[in-house]
Design a protein. Structure first.
Length: 249
Protein backbone atom coordinates (compact mmCIF):
# COMPACT_ATOMS: atom_id res chain seq x y z
CA UNK A 1 0.00 0.00 0.00
CA UNK A 2 1.28 3.48 -0.91
CA UNK A 3 1.96 5.73 2.09
CA UNK A 4 1.21 9.12 0.47
CA UNK A 5 -0.12 9.86 -3.02
CA UNK A 6 -1.30 12.96 -4.84
CA UNK A 7 -4.67 12.51 -6.56
CA UNK A 8 -6.12 15.32 -8.66
CA UNK A 9 -9.92 15.19 -9.19
CA UNK A 10 -10.91 16.45 -12.65
CA UNK A 11 -14.37 17.30 -13.96
CA UNK A 12 -14.87 18.19 -17.62
CA UNK A 13 -17.76 20.58 -17.25
CA UNK A 14 -17.66 23.77 -15.18
CA UNK A 15 -20.49 26.23 -14.60
CA UNK A 16 -18.43 29.42 -14.67
CA UNK A 17 -15.93 28.27 -17.29
CA UNK A 18 -17.13 25.40 -19.52
CA UNK A 19 -14.46 22.76 -20.20
CA UNK A 20 -11.83 24.94 -18.57
CA UNK A 21 -9.38 22.09 -17.97
CA UNK A 22 -9.01 21.70 -21.73
CA UNK A 23 -8.80 25.45 -22.32
CA UNK A 24 -5.58 26.10 -24.27
CA UNK A 25 -3.04 28.46 -22.71
CA UNK A 26 -0.09 29.07 -25.00
CA UNK A 27 -1.18 26.01 -26.97
CA UNK A 28 -1.32 23.66 -23.97
CA UNK A 29 -4.47 22.65 -22.03
CA UNK A 30 -4.71 24.09 -18.53
CA UNK A 31 -4.80 20.53 -17.14
CA UNK A 32 -1.35 19.77 -18.53
CA UNK A 33 0.09 22.98 -17.09
CA UNK A 34 -1.10 21.74 -13.70
CA UNK A 35 0.08 18.14 -14.23
CA UNK A 36 3.55 19.19 -15.30
CA UNK A 37 3.81 21.65 -12.43
CA UNK A 38 2.95 19.00 -9.83
CA UNK A 39 5.36 16.46 -11.33
CA UNK A 40 8.14 19.04 -11.33
CA UNK A 41 7.45 20.50 -7.87
CA UNK A 42 6.80 17.27 -5.91
CA UNK A 43 8.38 14.35 -7.76
CA UNK A 44 8.72 12.32 -4.55
CA UNK A 45 4.97 11.60 -4.43
CA UNK A 46 3.12 9.21 -6.80
CA UNK A 47 0.74 11.26 -8.97
CA UNK A 48 -2.70 10.19 -10.21
CA UNK A 49 -5.66 11.95 -11.80
CA UNK A 50 -9.31 11.04 -11.13
CA UNK A 51 -11.28 12.09 -14.22
CA UNK A 52 -14.94 11.94 -15.25
CA UNK A 53 -14.54 11.95 -19.02
CA UNK A 54 -12.52 10.13 -21.65
CA UNK A 55 -11.38 13.46 -23.13
CA UNK A 56 -9.56 14.28 -19.90
CA UNK A 57 -8.09 10.78 -19.62
CA UNK A 58 -6.80 10.95 -23.18
CA UNK A 59 -5.30 14.40 -22.62
CA UNK A 60 -3.35 13.14 -19.60
CA UNK A 61 -2.41 9.73 -20.98
CA UNK A 62 -1.03 11.34 -24.11
CA UNK A 63 1.44 13.26 -21.94
CA UNK A 64 2.38 10.22 -19.86
CA UNK A 65 0.24 10.83 -16.76
CA UNK A 66 -1.85 8.19 -14.97
CA UNK A 67 -5.61 8.75 -14.96
CA UNK A 68 -8.47 6.77 -13.43
CA UNK A 69 -11.89 7.11 -15.07
CA UNK A 70 -14.47 7.70 -12.30
CA UNK A 71 -18.25 8.06 -12.13
CA UNK A 72 -19.93 11.11 -13.63
CA UNK A 73 -22.47 11.08 -10.79
CA UNK A 74 -20.19 12.43 -8.07
CA UNK A 75 -21.40 15.65 -6.48
CA UNK A 76 -17.98 16.75 -5.22
CA UNK A 77 -14.31 16.38 -5.97
CA UNK A 78 -13.82 14.60 -2.66
CA UNK A 79 -16.31 11.88 -3.65
CA UNK A 80 -14.33 11.41 -6.86
CA UNK A 81 -11.11 11.28 -4.86
CA UNK A 82 -12.49 8.55 -2.61
CA UNK A 83 -13.43 6.39 -5.59
CA UNK A 84 -9.98 6.81 -7.14
CA UNK A 85 -8.18 5.92 -3.93
CA UNK A 86 -9.88 2.53 -3.88
CA UNK A 87 -7.58 1.84 -6.85
CA UNK A 88 -4.51 3.79 -5.68
CA UNK A 89 -4.81 2.49 -2.08
CA UNK A 90 -2.80 5.28 -0.44
CA UNK A 91 -2.84 5.61 3.34
CA UNK A 92 -2.80 9.39 3.00
CA UNK A 93 -4.07 11.37 0.02
CA UNK A 94 -3.06 14.87 -1.03
CA UNK A 95 -5.71 16.53 -3.17
CA UNK A 96 -4.41 19.18 -5.56
CA UNK A 97 -7.02 20.98 -7.62
CA UNK A 98 -6.82 20.62 -11.39
CA UNK A 99 -7.20 24.38 -11.87
CA UNK A 100 -4.27 25.49 -9.63
CA UNK A 101 -1.35 25.89 -12.06
CA UNK A 102 0.96 27.54 -9.51
CA UNK A 103 0.80 24.90 -6.80
CA UNK A 104 4.21 24.60 -5.13
CA UNK A 105 6.19 21.74 -3.73
CA UNK A 106 6.35 23.56 -0.39
CA UNK A 107 2.54 23.64 -0.24
CA UNK A 108 2.27 19.93 -1.02
CA UNK A 109 4.92 19.06 1.56
CA UNK A 110 3.17 21.26 4.15
CA UNK A 111 0.05 19.12 3.77
CA UNK A 112 2.11 15.94 4.01
CA UNK A 113 3.69 17.30 7.19
CA UNK A 114 0.32 18.03 8.79
CA UNK A 115 -0.88 14.53 7.94
CA UNK A 116 2.26 13.03 9.46
CA UNK A 117 1.25 14.71 12.73
CA UNK A 118 -1.84 12.52 12.76
CA UNK A 119 -4.55 15.03 11.81
CA UNK A 120 -7.58 13.57 9.99
CA UNK A 121 -7.70 16.28 7.31
CA UNK A 122 -5.57 19.28 6.37
CA UNK A 123 -5.70 22.32 4.09
CA UNK A 124 -3.93 25.63 3.47
CA UNK A 125 -4.69 29.34 3.50
CA UNK A 126 -2.77 32.35 2.27
CA UNK A 127 -3.03 36.05 3.22
CA UNK A 128 -5.23 38.22 1.03
CA UNK A 129 -3.33 41.08 -0.60
CA UNK A 130 -6.14 43.30 -1.85
CA UNK A 131 -9.58 44.38 -0.72
CA UNK A 132 -10.97 43.53 -4.17
CA UNK A 133 -9.93 39.89 -3.80
CA UNK A 134 -11.20 39.81 -0.20
CA UNK A 135 -14.64 41.01 -1.35
CA UNK A 136 -14.77 38.60 -4.31
CA UNK A 137 -17.20 35.69 -3.61
CA UNK A 138 -15.24 33.46 -6.00
CA UNK A 139 -12.27 33.67 -3.63
CA UNK A 140 -13.12 31.59 -0.57
CA UNK A 141 -12.21 32.81 2.90
CA UNK A 142 -11.01 30.65 5.78
CA UNK A 143 -11.25 31.79 9.39
CA UNK A 144 -8.59 30.23 11.61
CA UNK A 145 -7.80 29.44 15.21
CA UNK A 146 -4.10 30.27 14.67
CA UNK A 147 -2.65 28.73 17.83
CA UNK A 148 -4.33 25.42 17.08
CA UNK A 149 -3.72 25.65 13.32
CA UNK A 150 -7.37 24.75 12.83
CA UNK A 151 -10.04 26.01 10.42
CA UNK A 152 -13.12 27.44 12.12
CA UNK A 153 -15.20 28.24 9.04
CA UNK A 154 -15.08 28.73 5.27
CA UNK A 155 -17.21 31.26 3.42
CA UNK A 156 -17.62 33.16 0.20
CA UNK A 157 -18.48 36.26 2.26
CA UNK A 158 -15.76 38.63 3.51
CA UNK A 159 -14.73 37.24 6.90
CA UNK A 160 -13.91 38.64 9.37
CA UNK A 161 -16.45 41.39 8.78
CA UNK A 162 -15.17 44.90 9.63
CA UNK A 163 -18.17 46.12 11.63
CA UNK A 164 -16.64 49.48 12.62
CA UNK A 165 -16.10 50.23 8.93
CA UNK A 166 -19.48 48.87 7.80
CA UNK A 167 -17.55 46.34 5.76
CA UNK A 168 -15.82 49.03 3.69
CA UNK A 169 -12.20 47.92 3.78
CA UNK A 170 -9.13 48.88 1.80
CA UNK A 171 -5.91 47.09 0.94
CA UNK A 172 -4.15 48.35 4.08
CA UNK A 173 -6.90 47.01 6.36
CA UNK A 174 -6.87 43.63 4.66
CA UNK A 175 -3.08 43.38 4.99
CA UNK A 176 -3.18 44.31 8.69
CA UNK A 177 -5.88 41.82 9.72
CA UNK A 178 -6.31 38.01 9.69
CA UNK A 179 -7.86 37.81 6.24
CA UNK A 180 -6.98 34.48 4.65
CA UNK A 181 -7.85 33.03 1.27
CA UNK A 182 -8.54 29.31 1.25
CA UNK A 183 -6.49 27.35 -1.26
CA UNK A 184 -8.08 24.32 -2.85
CA UNK A 185 -5.47 21.92 -1.51
CA UNK A 186 -6.31 19.17 0.97
CA UNK A 187 -4.76 16.23 2.74
CA UNK A 188 -6.78 13.28 4.03
CA UNK A 189 -6.23 10.10 5.94
CA UNK A 190 -7.71 7.35 3.79
CA UNK A 191 -10.31 6.40 6.39
CA UNK A 192 -11.50 10.01 6.68
CA UNK A 193 -11.73 10.25 2.89
CA UNK A 194 -13.92 7.15 2.82
CA UNK A 195 -16.08 8.48 5.63
CA UNK A 196 -16.55 11.78 3.80
CA UNK A 197 -17.95 9.89 0.83
CA UNK A 198 -20.70 8.45 3.05
CA UNK A 199 -21.73 11.72 4.73
CA UNK A 200 -24.80 13.58 3.54
CA UNK A 201 -24.24 17.17 2.31
CA UNK A 202 -24.70 19.70 5.10
CA UNK A 203 -27.02 22.69 5.05
CA UNK A 204 -24.16 25.19 5.15
CA UNK A 205 -22.42 23.32 2.35
CA UNK A 206 -25.53 23.61 0.21
CA UNK A 207 -25.88 27.33 0.92
CA UNK A 208 -22.25 28.30 0.33
CA UNK A 209 -21.54 25.57 -2.26
CA UNK A 210 -18.37 24.66 -0.37
CA UNK A 211 -17.92 20.93 0.19
CA UNK A 212 -15.33 21.38 2.97
CA UNK A 213 -18.14 22.67 5.19
CA UNK A 214 -19.57 19.14 5.19
CA UNK A 215 -16.60 18.04 7.27
CA UNK A 216 -17.09 20.78 9.87
CA UNK A 217 -20.86 20.25 9.98
CA UNK A 218 -20.32 16.60 10.83
CA UNK A 219 -17.98 17.42 13.70
CA UNK A 220 -14.59 16.67 12.15
CA UNK A 221 -11.66 19.07 12.41
CA UNK A 222 -9.59 20.45 9.55
CA UNK A 223 -6.00 21.41 10.29
CA UNK A 224 -4.89 24.52 8.40
CA UNK A 225 -1.45 25.96 7.78
CA UNK A 226 -0.51 29.25 6.10
CA UNK A 227 1.52 29.58 2.92
CA UNK A 228 2.90 32.72 1.31
CA UNK A 229 3.50 31.09 -2.07
CA UNK A 230 1.63 32.82 -4.90
CA UNK A 231 -1.51 31.23 -6.28
CA UNK A 232 -3.81 31.68 -9.26
CA UNK A 233 -6.90 29.51 -9.17
CA UNK A 234 -8.45 29.42 -12.65
CA UNK A 235 -12.19 29.68 -12.01
CA UNK A 236 -13.12 32.02 -14.88
CA UNK A 237 -11.82 32.98 -18.36
CA UNK A 238 -10.42 36.13 -16.74
CA UNK A 239 -8.33 33.96 -14.41
CA UNK A 240 -6.92 32.10 -17.41
CA UNK A 241 -5.80 35.45 -18.80
CA UNK A 242 -4.13 36.27 -15.45
CA UNK A 243 -2.21 33.00 -15.59
CA UNK A 244 -1.11 33.62 -19.15
CA UNK A 245 0.07 37.10 -18.13
CA UNK A 246 1.98 35.52 -15.23
CA UNK A 247 3.71 33.18 -17.68
CA UNK A 248 4.82 36.21 -19.67
CA UNK A 249 6.42 37.92 -16.69
Amino acid sequence: MTKVAIIVPCRLESTRFPRKLLHPIRGKPLLLWVAERIAREAPEFPLWFAVDDELLRACLAGAGFRAILTSTAHQSGTDRLAEANRTVRAEQVINVQADEPLVSGAQIRALASLLSDGVPMATLGTPFRTAADFQNPNQVKVVLAPAARRALYFSRSPMPYARDRQGKVDDAWVAANPCFKHLGLYGYRADVLERFATLSPGRLEQIEKLEQLRVLEHGLEIACDITADPSIGVDTPEDAVKFEQWLGR
